[in-house]
Design a binder for this molecule. Structure first.
Ligand code: SF4
Ligand code: F3S
Length: 78
């Protein structure tokens, strides 16, 4: 699945929402989240984010670790 990373926090441009064919991008309090089970890995959201917050899960910048993927999962469990 694709993951929205730290640059989205307090930016929430929302361009990604319009691109997603399966509507799996949800709004959190400070950032948006991609539902890992609903994302079909189409990649349409990735290029439209003005702050480059969206990455394929395995390509997340190293400094973010997989912590953001974990917090994405936690968002949907809460
Ligand atoms: Fe939606 Fe495609 Fe982005 Fe997944 S990769 S969140 S399906 S636009
Ligand atoms: Fe956030 Fe970028 Fe989408 S800032 S809301 S991930 S377009």
């Amino acid at each position: 699945a694709y993951v929205i990373g730290l640059p989205c926090v307090d930016v929430k441009d929302r361009s990604c929402i319009d691109e997603c064919p399966v509507d799996c991008i949800y709004e959190g309090r400070r950032a948006l989240y991609i539902h890992p089970d609903e994302c079909v890995d189409c990649g349409a959201c990735e290029p439209v984010c003005p702050v480059d917050a969206i990455y394929f899960q395995d390509d997340l910048p190293e400094e973010w670790g997989d912590g953001h993927a974990a917090s994405n999962a936690a968002f949907f469990e809460s």
